[in-house]
Design a protein around this ligand. Structure first.
Ligand SMILES: Cc1cc2nc3c(=O)[nH]c(=O)nc-3n(C[C@H](O)[C@H](O)[C@H](O)COP(=O)(O)OP(=O)(O)OC[C@H]3O[C@@H](n4cnc5c(N)ncnc54)[C@H](O)[C@@H]3O)c2cc1C
Length: 380
């Protein structure tokens, strides 16, 4: 690297790093993004459902709830302004029995407490009108849930950041972070040819996804004591061979209590292609990998056949997988995003973003605003 002192270093060019780079560079210069892969968005940000969530399920007053509701609005505005392909298709959470119907009430109350607007209940007749092939006794309808072309979105963030003179260093892995004095850090990196290098920076924004807890640990933070350790949960998807738009809305079951996902559901992408998933499997010691277990076909079929009776088991095929970096391991309660400016740990100017799982894509622009506020409050 030619420059030896940099104002702001962003680690990771997933959708969150890109959004922070795009938003911060509207008002500041001297920003570098270090990414270990050859280009942006090659990990979790390109292995997800591409759903623009409304903020329905997250506990009130959590970062997930607040940043999702705000992120939903920010994302639709961005899509309109930058002409990003998206569909405001709406989502139905469908109840197939009386017990599930009762749960819809508490889901609605929770969503309204989070500030989610325009939710309504649908009777089975109304459902049949909107989705003739879906089987349900009633549903909660969220008109502000949608889908986005996440690749086009990331491309627009990247373009914006580049136009604002952000410098991207691809193929370069952060290997260590040393505090020289409060507000000044030495970053050690490894280039693709194995050559090491280092530079000084005043701010570090750690949005390294699966690697974010490891980076925090390189700063000397005890990730177990501070509850920063991340656990990996794989989500697999099955595609469905069918004509485009077999359903016009996203169709979700009522989630079971304290689950690690929302239950296997049906999403369409912006081209109307239907897929089922993701499920949630804890990756214990195994390294992160993205295979899909074809033996899960029966399980996926059983999960959706009650409310999507038109799907044939034979039409399901293994499609793709993504891996969520969560702060919870099996048995733990649901945990929130952790986004901390680290002055209280003697590390002013450092922001760590830990456990940025779903709804991280939806929330990305709101996360970026939040991070910019945190670093501005420090004046470093
Ligand atoms: C199965 C699944 C479904 C999901 N569905 C949705 C959805 O429908 N809607 C939604 O809103 N959210 C969804 N999400 C969540 C969303 O995809 C993520 O929250 C979001 O992509 C996280 O972005 P990120 O930038 O934090 O992480 P990433 O995309 O993982 O980016 C982190 C980057 O950091 C880089 N990096 C890591 N370590 C280093 C290092 N040492 N040096 C340099 N670079 C490094 C990585 O290479 C990577 O590019 C889903 C997630 C999963 C797994």
């Amino acid at each position: 690297m030619n420059q030896t002192e940099i104002k702001t270093t962003i680690i990771g060019a997933g959708v969150v790093g890109l959004a922070i780079a795009a938003v911060l560079s509207e008002t500041e210069t001297d920003i570098f993004v270090i990414e270990k892969n050859d280009t942006y968005g090659m990990e979790t940000s390109s292995r997800n459902s591409e759903v623009i969530h409304a903020g329905i399920y997250y506990p009130k007053d959590t970062l997930k709830a607040r940043l999702c509701v705000e992120g939903n609005r920010r994302l639709y505005d961005w899509c309109k302004k930058k002409r990003i392909n998206h569909l405001t298709c709406g989502k139905m959470i469908v109840a197939t029995c009386a017990e599930e119907e009762e749960k819809l009430n508490s889901i609605r109350t929770n969503a309204m407490n989070n500030g989610v607007a325009n939710l309504s209940f649908l009777t089975s007749r109304a459902i049949k009108k909107l989705e003739p092939d879906v089987n349900a006794v009633s549903a909660l309808f969220s008109p502000l849930t949608g889908v986005i072309d996440s690749h086009q979105f990331m491309q627009s963030l990247y373009k914006n950041a580049k136009q604002n003179k952000v410098q991207f260093i691809f193929g370069t892995r952060v290997k260590g972070i040393e505090a020289i004095c409060p507000g000044m850090y030495k970053i050690h990196v490894l280039y693709p040819d194995g050559e090491p290098d280092s530079f000084i920076t005043r701010r570090v924004i750690n949005c390294a996804g699966h690697g974010a807890d490891e980076i925090a640990s390189q700063m000397g933070i005890d990730i177990d004591e501070k509850d920063y350790r991340q656990y990996f949960w794989k989500g697999e998807y099955f595609g469905v061979e069918t004509h485009p738009f077999p359903v016009k809305h996203l169709i979700y079951p009522v989630p079971l209590a304290n689950t690690t996902g929302l239950g296997v559901h049906a999403t369409i992408d912006i081209r109307g292609k239907l897929k089922l998933g993701p499920d949630a499997t804890f990756l214990d010691t195994s390294p992160i990998e993205y295979s899909v277990n074809a033996d899960k076909r029966d399980q996926f079929f059983e999960s959706v056949k009650k409310f999507l009776p038109f799907i044939q088991k034979e039409s399901l095929y293994p499609e793709m997988a993504g891996v969520r970096p969560k702060r919870q391991k099996p048995g733990d309660p649901v945990k929130d995003f952790m986004i901390n400016e680290e002055s209280d740990k003697g590390l002013p100017g450092i922001v760590n973003l830990i456990g940025i799982e779903s709804p991280g894509l939806t929330s990305s622009l709101a996360i970026a605003d939040h991070v910019v506020q945190l670093i501005r409050a420090r004046r470093y």
